[in-house]
Design a protein around this ligand. Structure first.
Ligand code: MTE
Ligand code: MOS
Length: 802
């Protein structure tokens, strides 16, 4: 066992069931978020955007003058005010003040007012002349127009054409599935101040304070040491605050710099939904080969993500999607192409799972649709195809501990009484004509680490004061996920002091510099190891002071001070053994994989498509948990958020040719349905995989933030099973839209009722729709085509229909 992962024999605070460190503050409303600072700040100005009313247009003229006639308007910020670089992105493709608007709601300029109302009225008074340009709204339109951005990577292993030619069964199909709105409770918010020496201080709801600092500095034409960013805590980030806060922070900082007053920018819910990026929806087309026994032999797929107007994090999100198409399954010969559509929409971005869920949806959809055509139960088909220990992923990384998938699966089959319940479901379905049930199990394998190796580093600062109390600071941000709770537990364990002796100070760029985003679920792995490193430097020094006397903590600390021994330390950690070649899409990008298995039982009403979740059972692998209550919350929350993505949350953009083209039509909680109490499973059992110690990770734990989201595929697959039960004959292959809203389920039930068999065609279309047909690889003579879209089913994805 490595020293990083081993736990001491006594004084161990990791692994204790402690509540979130701010739980009491959260539930009493006393927890302070960035916007709460407004009441404590004197002389503040409020920022309001002037938003584009076109999805794509050239800005021919901008007249801010009328805004100054509005009482309370102090300043209109435009491109002419930018002292540095007029760009809010790291890819330099996101002008902060654009002369070409790229989506409906794009901010053209910003108005500062004595009150938010004054700023709003001022923004309404600004006159903008637009020259409308053609807009691409759907991925299908982008593919047709060849509107792509960024690289087009491919993961390849073996000879996919030969493998498909030799396969006993070949199927092809496609799916176009929706993105997701983050809907963090706290919308984007920044508050900026400039002090008498010109030092800029920005408080921001950001998952990536260092990058916020860098963007603010380059917009203002300053060096990084002139800008400090602090994040107190976030009311949720979910990836939506990894890159999107920077521009808002830069506007607040610019306003403060120009007026000398504090500037607050907080988006309303509607502004947040229309202006900020979301999870990428994808279009996927595939051909898959199976052998006689139902083992996967080949997969050829093209994934096109909907990147929106700028690149943002679309490239790494796509890379992670390509690296997760395999999920838990051994795919001998593969070719997975990826590309990013450029559309006139918000710039889609990180969202819990970061492309992983989108990649995994493709293979889970394939297995769910092909199982009936192969005549194999979906549960059996999945299990048969699991990785064996140390088989390699398509990108060349051995799958360590793959047998944990099978172990968790078998444990769940047992603990959730699956065999008996399958029989119950069958008899229920036989005796109920208008409601049907489905039960499904799905696995998760999720790679932990940033694909980009350099990001896998972290720093921490640990102070021990003369009285023995401890203050820690680290590079990670708290967004509700319990990172700070875990970090306090790690410090207390490493120093051998009670939890109550340790306090944690908010994340600031002047405490720990050059941090990575708190993302990729790696916050605890990276920052925990850095804190442990700092603590160990201190305990090594104290050990010498103590010289075998076994003094109590407070005494040895006092003595160390009087002996002039340094009582604080900066810690550092970098993950060893990672390498990734992004041009070849090969390497060993992940430190390890997190595993999980879920079983869901759903009941569908055939008249309406309405459904309910009768029971969910989960076994999830968190290694040796650092904080079991926190982990439980992450698993439950991630699962429900995933179920929301797959079944309820239906982003719709106006794709008509009318004047509202490109407008997000679901821009409030009234039209965008989120999971709530009524969607919670009636029975919800979550357990942690036992004997799951992870060597080489801080105190033997595993990351937990994102992987549980993907456990929700069990819900979607159970809905598919329930829909299939409406078919007159067994073995019906159900094509289910994603999100599987009640409307989509209704149409899937209609298709099943008519029992229309999946059309079997030879020479099905190639994976590349825009490829000349002469180049299209000929399919195996026995190829079968999975029904693409059921005729008469108007649910064709997530775009609003005119
Ligand atoms: N949990 C809560 N409550 N709120 C959040 O915003 N974000 C998720 C996950 N869990 C999130 C959350 C995402 S997208 C990530 S990457 C991880 O937390 C980040 O934190 P970690 O690295 O500390 O797990
Ligand atoms: Mo999480 S999507 O990596 O912020």
């Amino acid at each position: 066992m490595t020293t990083l992962s081993s736990r001491p024999d006594s004084g161990v605070s990791v692994g204790l069931d402690v509540p979130h460190e701010s739980a009491a503050l959260h539930v009493t409303g006393a927890a302070v978020y960035t916007d709460d600072l407004v009441q404590r700040t004197h002389g503040i100005l409020h920022a309001h955007p002037v938003c584009s009313t076109h999805a794509h247009a050239r800005v021919r003229g901008l007249r801010p003058e009328p805004a100054y006639d509005v009482p309370g308007v102090v300043r209109v910020l435009t491109a002419a005010d930018v002292p540095g670089v007029n760009d809010a992105g790291v890819k330099h493709d996101e002008p902060l003040f654009p002369d070409e608007v790229m989506f409906h709601g794009h901010a053209v300029c910003w108005v500062l007012g004595e009150s938010l109302e004054a700023a709003r009225r001022g923004a309404a008074a600004v006159e903008v002349d637009y020259e409308p340009l053609p807009a691409i709204v759907t991925v299908a339109e982008a593919i047709a127009a060849e509107s792509f951005q960024g690289g087009q990577p491919t993961v390849v292993r073996g000879d996919v054409e030969a493998a498909l030619a030799g396969a006993a069964h070949v199927f092809s199909g496609d799916i176009d599935f929706a993105g997701q709105e983050h809907f963090y409770l706290e919308t984007h918010c920044s508050l900026a101040l400039v002090d008498e020496a010109g030092q800029v201080f920005v408080q921001s709801s950001t998952q990536h304070p260092t990058e916020t600092q860098e963007i603010v500095a380059h917009v203002l034409g300053l060096d990084s040491h002139e800008v400090t960013v602090q994040c107190l805590r976030m009311g949720g980030g979910f990836g939506g605050k990894e890159m999107q806060p920077h521009g808002f922070a830069a506007i607040a900082a610019l306003g403060s710099r120009l007026t000398g007053r504090p500037v607050r920018l907080r988006l309303s819910r509607q502004q947040d939904m229309t202006m900020s990026g979301k999870r990428h929806g994808f279009d996927a087309r595939w051909r898959v080969g199976f052998d006689e026994a139902g083992l996967l032999v080949a997969l050829d797929a093209t994934l096109t993500s909907d990147g929106g107007w700028s690149l943002d994090l679309s490239e790494p999100v796509l890379a992670r999607a390509l690296c997760h198409v395999d999920n838990a399954y051994w795919l001998p010969d593969v070719r997975i192409n990826g590309r990013i559509a450029r559309t006139h929409k918000t710039s889609q971005t990180a969202f819990r799972g970061f492309g992983g869920p989108q990649g995994m949806l493709v293979i889970e959809d394939i297995l769910g649709r092909c199982a009936p055509l192969l005549g194999i139960e979906a549960r059996e088909l999945r299990r048969r195809n699991f990785y064996a220990d140390d088989q390699e992923t398509p990108y060349g990384q051995p799958v360590r501990h793959a047998s944990r998938i099978t172990a968790a699966w078998d444990q769940l089959v047992d603990s959730a009484d699956i065999a008996a319940r399958e029989a119950e479901v069958a008899s229920y379905n036989a005796s109920h004509e208008h409601t049907k049930r489905g039960l499904a199990l799905t696995p998760v394998k999720f790679g932990i680490s940033f694909n980009f190796t350099a990001f896998n580093q972290a720093g921490a600062l640990v102070h021990v004061y003369k009285d023995g109390s401890v203050l820690i600071n680290h590079g990670g941000t708290e967004m509700g996920q319990g990172l700070h709770t875990k970090m306090i537990q790690v410090a207390a364990t490493a120093l051998g002091v009670p939890l109550a002796r340790v306090r944690l100070a908010p994340t600031r760029t002047d405490k720990v510099p050059n941090t990575s985003a708190t993302a990729a679920s790696s916050g605890a792995d990276l920052n925990g190891a850095a804190i442990k490193n700092a603590c160990e430097q201190i305990t090594a020094r104290l050990h010498e002071v103590d010289a075998g006397r076994g003094l109590p903590w407070e005494e040895v600390v006092r003595e160390a001070y009087f002996s002039r021994v340094q009582l604080w330390a900066a810690g550092f950690y970098k993950t060893e053994g990672l390498h990734w070649d992004s041009s070849l899409m090969r390497g060993h990008p992940f430190k390890y994989f997190a595993y999980g298995v879920a079983a869901a039982e759903m009941e569908v009403d055939g008249f309406t498509g309405a459904y309910r979740t009768r029971r969910v059972d989960i076994v999830h692998d968190v290694g040796d948990s650092l904080s079991p209550l926190v982990d439980l919350g992450q698993i439950e929350g991630g699962f429900v958020q995933g179920a929301g993505w797959l079944t309820l949350e239906d982003l719709r953009w106006d794709s008509s040719s009318g004047p509202g083209r490109g407008r997000l039509t679901t821009q409030a909680a009234s039209t965008y349905k989120l999971p709530s109490f009524s969607e919670m499973p009636e029975v919800f059992n979550v357990s942690l995989l036992e004997e799951a110690h992870e060597d080489g990770v801080v105190y033997g734990s595993k990351a937990v933030g994102e992987p549980p989201l993907m456990l929700a595929f069990a819900v979607r697959e159970a809905l598919r099973e329930a829909c299939a039960a409406f078919a007159p004959e067994p073995g019906f292959s159900v094509d289910l839209a994603s999100p599987a809203t009640p409307e989509a389920v209704f149409w899937a039930v209609q298709a099943a009722r008519t029992g229309a068999p999946a059309p079997v065609t030879e020479g099905a279309p190639g994976v590349e729709p825009d490829q000349p047909s002469s180049d299209a690889p000929a399919l195996h003579p026995h190829s079968e085509q999975v029904a693409s879209r059921v005729p008469g089913n108007p649910v064709t994805g997530h775009e609003a229909r005119p």
